[in-house]
Design a protein around this ligand. Structure first.
Ligand code: MRU
Length: 335
């Protein structure tokens, strides 16, 4: 079997062209250890991959799709000659987290190649990865053009959660747009909301922006709408875990509050996500399972409710930028 060698490119810029041998493992950055430590996990079993997905060592919709596809290649190797074990392993990867459509999609794409053998599965996993790399690059350019069109020169952007190379493979979705604007000299700065309870903004977005040399500050989540109202922000830009047929956007908890703040302040609210996140089979946000991550991540002093994502109604979204389309929801377009 060829190497399953995948590391998000924030750690390994050559990852997109990683070579092949017989090792049979997945490498990925342990996002739970950042920003304190840049640790690379080497994952050799399905159980290890599922633990990495559930603990958010690997996270973010496109990265989950890529990890899931490579996970099927791992499963094909681990359960060779055991069809029932293989089917159960594939199902377990597919359902390891429920909300981002990319995970189940990546798994199903790779699993469809199982009759062709493990090398066919692995080829498909590499294709899923390479498509995400290309998507990120396309979104960065299209999104940067849109931000400049809507906001003029050197806007101040607010973003939520982490949407950089860590959550894709390289570049990112919304943060890829930020990086492109920065390269063009067309960005004044970024406010990253900290994204409680797991701090993807304060830990991961801040880490990526610092590496890119982007001028940024972190804000507590509840400050976002006030900063918009005060005139400190020119547009909100973030990613998605699923985009429904009616344009409803499922994304990290707190997104809806930022959309309300943007609407109140009259600011563009821009969602950047690959086509692999557009789910035309799901009519609207009410049909999506919102992951509940339990109380422990929030507090040990009392019980807690901990929905990991929320639904932002389509009529609060200005535009969705994908790798192939600009969908102007404010002008009546539909995904
Ligand atoms: O729980 P997470 O960290 O996996 O949630 C990730 C997000 O909500 C991101 O904003 C989303 O995946 C978009 S990034 C392409």
């Amino acid at each position: 079997m060829r190497t399953i060698d995948w590391v998000t490119a924030a750690a390994r810029p050559d990852a997109a062209s990683a070579g092949a041998d017989d090792a049979g493992w997945i490498e990925l950055i342990d996002q739970t250890a950042l920003p304190g430590e840049l640790r690379v996990l080497r994952i050799a079993t399905v159980a290890e991959l599922i633990a990495a997905i559930r603990s958010l060592a690997v996270r973010g919709a496109p990265a989950l799709g890529v990890a899931g596809a490579f996970g099927v290649a791992l499963a094909a190797r681990q359960f060779a000659g055991d069809p029932a074990g293989l089917a159960a392993a594939v199902h377990e990867i597919e359902t390891a987290r429920p909300t981002a459509v990319n995970l189940a999609r990546g798994v199903r794409r790779a699993a469809a190649l199982l009759p062709g053998g493990s090398s066919a599965v692995l080829r498909e996993a590499y294709a899923v990865r390479d498509e995400e790399v290309a998507s990120s690059e396309a979104m960065a350019v299209r999104g940067a053009d849109l931000v400049s069109e809507l906001c003029g020169t050197r806007p101040r952007l607010l973003t939520h959660c982490n949407t950089g190379g860590l959550c894709t493979v390289t570049t990112g979705t919304a943060l890829g747009v930020v990086g492109e604007l920065h390269r063009r000299g067309a960005l004044a700065g970024v406010i990253a909301s900290e994204t409680r309870p797991l701090m993807q903004g304060a830990r991961l977005t801040a880490w990526e922006l610092a590496r890119w040399g982007v001028d940024f500050r972190v804000a507590v989540d509840s400050a976002g709408p006030f900063l918009m109202a005060r005139g400190d922000v020119d547009a909100v830009i973030l990613g998605a875990d699923r985009i429904c047929a009616n344009g409803d956007v499922i994304n990290k908890i707190g997104t809806y509050a930022h959309a309300l703040g943007a609407r109140r302040a009259g600011l563009p609210f821009i969602v950047v996500a690959p086509e692999s996140t557009v789910d035309s089979d799901t009519p609207g946000g009410a049909a999506v399972e919102i992951e509940d991550r339990g109380a422990a991540e929030v507090t040990t002093l009392s019980d807690a409710v901990n929905p990991a994502f929320d639904v932002t109604p389509y009529d609060l979204v200005t535009a969705i930028v994908t790798d192939r389309r600009l969908i102007r929801l404010d002008r009546g377009d539909k995904p």
